[in-house]
Design a binder for this molecule. Structure first.
Ligand SMILES: *[C@@H]1O[C@H](CO)[C@@H](O)[C@H](O)[C@H]1NC(C)=O
Ligand SMILES: *[C@@H]1O[C@H](CO)[C@@H](O)[C@H](O)[C@H]1NC(C)=O
Ligand SMILES: *[C@@H]1O[C@H](CO)[C@@H](O)[C@H](O)[C@H]1NC(C)=O
Ligand SMILES: *[C@@H]1O[C@H](CO)[C@@H](O)[C@H](O)[C@H]1NC(C)=O
Ligand SMILES: *[C@@H]1O[C@H](CO)[C@@H](O)[C@H](O)[C@H]1NC(C)=O
Ligand SMILES: *[C@@H]1O[C@H](CO)[C@@H](O)[C@H](O)[C@H]1NC(C)=O
Ligand SMILES: *[C@@H]1O[C@H](CO)[C@@H](O)[C@H](O)[C@H]1NC(C)=O
Ligand SMILES: *[C@@H]1O[C@H](CO)[C@@H](O)[C@H](O)[C@H]1NC(C)=O
Ligand SMILES: *[C@@H]1O[C@H](CO)[C@@H](O)[C@H](O)[C@H]1NC(C)=O
Length: 488
């Protein structure tokens, strides 16, 4: 009896060995194992599903703000001197609400993010810190008005003085808490026609960063409050039960199959995942580009394959943002349809290398870039006397994918928000300032797979290494996700 079992066991082992050799020779895996597929697809019974619906541990959301240290001098024409202050660290919780299942193997959901200040991780910094930053809503209003009626800027400025009480220059001195989440009051009470114009514009097309006050007399401006208050979506995402290679693909956002903001079918394409989930990678056919759809900037972006590496003792593919994504029209003709509106008297609607106009997307003349204008035109750096130092290590955006399951072992997303400071001779507050792209702050969003041995993880064993065989590895990755119960 026992001998028979031994024989079966031996044969099974031999078969497994042969299979492993064949798979190794083929390059992993031409055929993705049914077992893996079952565990990563978006279905109730899958191991991943619940972790995907409600992230077991928060992401880390960091904010770095640019404190202006020579505001008085800038007002008389000097180059800006900035000091980066941060990180202000928040825990970012994510939860999806499943709305239903659609045609063509899709799931429909909304995504809710909740931000909680992490005082411990923020060290000496507090939300009550006072900083001097460019007055974003003031510049946004001036730029909007100039675009709407250029000849009326002088008249309009009187209105803006009503609009922004105590207006003395284009900078504001505020608590970071107000800038990030609580909001800065913007007054809409007054009789001036231009004030009516600006407020009417805000009313008909309220940017996400503006929220009306309770009594309806004005607005609160803040950078991230809308992300904490509202859900994004609904998203329609492919579940991968029919074709695992399509797993995670966002096929519609808010019921639309492309983004209309750019007025162009190519730039409006929804490509790739919401960055939470990716299909397993077929070793014989590693994608050169990984597409990610970013609703906050109304477009898809991609990260380019850098190479194979090891993260947490597991083999992983390293993807990093490429300069092509935010390239100027001259360097990447495909980007021409993102050039929708003029953002500066010195440039046409198309932007310089490394920056992107968010106006069509956000209804406010915000300009996105990578932090410190990393991968952007050198021309942008010449505007500053100090404080802007692009650095690959600190300012890159990348992710590491575990190929067997398509799980993101570590992902880091970074963005900077800027607005133009424009010299306008008729406006006293702007008569002498130098024109340039002025940074406000930048953010970093970090997601990291909880690993064995990290606090909160039940198991303390080691992950099997790649040489342990793909089955064990796959089990290891899934166990690592499942066994690590983070939370309160
Ligand atoms: C998943 O489970 C929910 C309730 O638990 C159920 O309403 C839904 O129909 C299930 N979906 C599938 C595809 O089985
Ligand atoms: C920001 O700079 C101003 C001077 O321009 C300074 O008074 C203030 O303390 C700085 N804020 C922080 C948080 O360091
Ligand atoms: C499903 O796929 C078919 C064929 O590709 C397509 O014609 C149809 O519009 C799709 N349905 C939805 C809801 O996207
Ligand atoms: C985000 O919203 C929650 C309530 O939904 C609140 O408790 C929390 O303080 C808010 N976060 C910030 C940073 O304001
Ligand atoms: C900046 O904006 C705020 C609110 O929008 C306003 O109260 C303030 O007067 C503006 N200007 C300055 C110089 O702070
Ligand atoms: C606006 O105009 C009305 C009359 O047209 C006047 O009663 C009111 O005081 C004015 N308000 C301001 C803030 O000037
Ligand atoms: C969308 O993906 C296709 C390839 O799948 C690519 O050719 C195209 O350039 C992408 N579109 C955008 C806007 O990135
Ligand atoms: C941008 O502005 C320049 C002059 O300021 C003008 O010649 C050009 O046509 C404008 N482009 C667009 C797309 O509005
Ligand atoms: C990585 O693997 C080595 C050798 O296999 C082991 O000594 C080390 O503890 C492992 N590290 C982790 C984080 O599992």
């Amino acid at each position: 009896m026992l001998a028979k079992h031994m024989k079966v066991f031996f044969l099974a082992s031999l078969a497994a060995l042969v299979l492993a050799v064949i798979l190794a020779a083929w390059g992993f895996p031409r055929i993705v194992s049914k077992q893996i597929q079952k565990n990563v697809q978006l279905e109730n019974s899958s191991v991943m599903f619940e972790k995907w619906r409600k992230l077991p541990m928060p992401l880390t959301f960091k904010i770095y703000v640019f404190n202006v240290t020579n505001a008085e001098d800038i007002n008389s024409g000097a180059k800006p001197m900035l000091t980066e202050i941060g990180p202000y660290v928040y825990k970012e919780y994510r939860e999806r609400t499943i709305l239903g299942y659609g045609e063509n193997d899709t799931i429909r959901y909304t995504l809710k993010k909740t931000f909680i200040f992490d005082a411990e991780e923020s060290g000496p910094l507090t939300e009550n810190d006072e900083v001097v930053v460019i007055n974003f809503s003031y510049m946004a209003a001036i730029l909007a008005v100039q675009e709407m009626m250029p000849s009326l800027t002088t008249v309009v400025n009187q209105a803006l003085e009503e609009f922004f009480t105590d207006l003395k220059d284009p900078f504001m001195r505020i608590k970071v808490r107000d800038l990030f989440f609580d909001g800065i009051h913007v007054n809409c009470v007054g009789n001036h026609s231009a004030l009516g114009l600006v407020c009417g514009q805000l009313k008909s097309d309220t940017p996400p960063t503006m929220r009306p006050t309770e009594d309806g007399t004005g607005y609160y401006f803040s950078m991230f409050s809308h992300m904490n208050r509202t859900e994004s979506g609904p998203y329609d995402m492919v579940r991968g039960t029919e074709d695992i290679r399509e797993l995670g693909h966002v096929v519609a956002y808010k019921g639309e199959r492309s983004m209309s903001q750019w007025g162009d079918p190519y730039c409006g394409q929804l490509n790739g995942s919401d960055s939470s989930i990716f299909p397993p990678i077929d070793g014989g056919n590693v994608p050169q580009r990984l597409y990610i759809f970013e609703p906050e900037i109304c477009r898809s972006m991609f990260a380019t394959l850098v190479g194979k590496t090891t993260v947490f003792n597991m083999s992983a593919f390293h993807y990093s943002i490429s300069s092509d994504v935010l390239a100027a029209r001259s360097a990447n003709p495909n980007n021409k349809c993102y050039c929708r509106k003029n953002w500066s008297a010195n440039h046409d609607g198309c932007l310089l290398m490394g920056v992107m106009n968010l106006a069509p997307c956000q209804g406010a003349p915000a300009i996105a870039s990578l932090p410190h204008f990393y991968l952007a035109s050198e021309e942008l750096l010449q505007y500053f006397a100090s404080g802007i130092n692009p650095d690959k290590e600190k300012h890159d955006t990348y992710l590491y994918l575990e190929p067997v399951t398509g799980v993101v072992l570590k992902g880091l997303r970074r963005f900077q928000f800027n607005i133009e400071l424009r010299n306008i001779p008729e406006v006293p507050q702007l008569a002498k300032v130098p024109t340039g792209l002025f940074p406000l702050l930048w953010i970093e969003e970090l997601s990291k797979l909880p690993m064995y041995g990290t606090p909160g993880c039940r198991s303390s064993g080691q992950l099997p290494t790649r040489t342990a065989g793909w089955r064990k590895l796959h089990a290891g990755v899934l166990t690592a996700i499942v066994d690590c119960s983070f939370g309160e």
